[in-house]
Design a protein around this ligand. Sequence first.
Ligand SMILES: [Zn+2]
Length: 466
Amino acid sequence: MGVGISYISIIKQTISRLLESLPTDSEFEFPLTFSATDGLDGSGSHQVYNQIQESPDIGSKNFILFAFKPLAIHDSANKLIWENERPNPQFQIRPVTLLAAKENSENVRHLMDTYINPYVADMEENGILLSQGLVRIKLLRTMFDGKMAGILSGAGGAHCQLCTATFKQLHDVELIRDGFPINRSITSAKELFQSVNEVEFLSLSSNDRLGLTHQPISDIDIICSSPLHSYLCIFRWFMTLVYHLQSGARKWSPSSLGIKNSMKFVSGLLMEKTGMKIDQPSSDGGTTSTGNVARNCFLDKNQFLYWVCSLIPTEYHENIKVIHTNLSVCLRIYNSDREINTERLDNLCKDTYEYIVIRFPWANISPTLHKLLAHSSELIRTCNNSHGLKVFSEEAVEVSNKLVRRYREHLARKMSFSLNTRDIFIRLMCNSDPVLNMYRKFTKASKKTHSSEPPDQEILFSQLTC
Ligand SMILES: [Zn+2]
């Protein structure tokens, strides 16, 4: 069961409302160009109420939300007439479809084929005609996490969503120096499927079919950047390295008993000394290592690095300090909106990648770590005009999942599942309406001075930004 609005209608309505929200003395010439980024995410463990169920197979515990975030409107002379500057992502997102279903390839394919794919090519080719004139549409697909990237691209079995490198190649020092060009695309994946029949395809090894597990679902290329999740995933990798060094293990085995014991010991001591809850069980069944905890640890809050070094042999102190500083700076660059010197960033990323592989040849390079160190400079240069990828962040859809949960429980009718879902969708629509948002009081996002950041990180950061 799903509630949605035609993709073309909601984009048309959003552009009209955005133009309505402009100052009355704004001058611009048609045709306009409207750019936006879209994406989707699933969420589970929603409250179940004793409601009238229109159909017994409704998965009321799970939702998938497809939404888009308007980025900018330019006029015919390429003059910027509107830009999304909302500091709070919950007011930026425009819902397109809310499907009551679990996040898996079957349900995502149904959502995309029914509500999205048939309209995207038409909009990009013909634009949208308003009463005032034509608006060209430029859509990017960036707002999703790693799991959804695998579902959309069909490359769920790949080690990297951006290049076709094998697991062994991710650890090859020569290849790291030469660089890993981004060579995956939806078109090339579709061509591979068309060149063989299904039986032949299934008989190929995972490497031969480039990690593809099913036909790509997205019709347009996806930009797999996931800046928000990068912090968390790379922090997890960093802490796993620390646990191995502390326990003396020299074979990568994150789920072994020795590493689990080391995790308990290290997280207990870090909790006592720094007050930060790292890798401890949380009440919702996950762990206490959230994005904010990861950010604070990479900023060396409460002498995090000093206490980490006190737990590992002295010979590794310098290695851990270099890796911590470089990863922290790369992540901040990746998540920023600053103009970046991509050549210097590329060198720093390659040096760090090589440093890790040479110093710790037994450590596995995780897909997210590889993506940051092998592809961030190319992504920043080619996809966002040499600016950090903050604008591509999946944070807005993640925040919307929290809104769905809140609206469902407190601000929607509960007597029927379809009315409940409909109310949630309408609330999401109102929440991000450009004209209604004119009446909200937004506090401008403060420009951080980075005064609390470690001096060595600050120097490196300033060398990479313009
Ligand atoms: Zn790659």
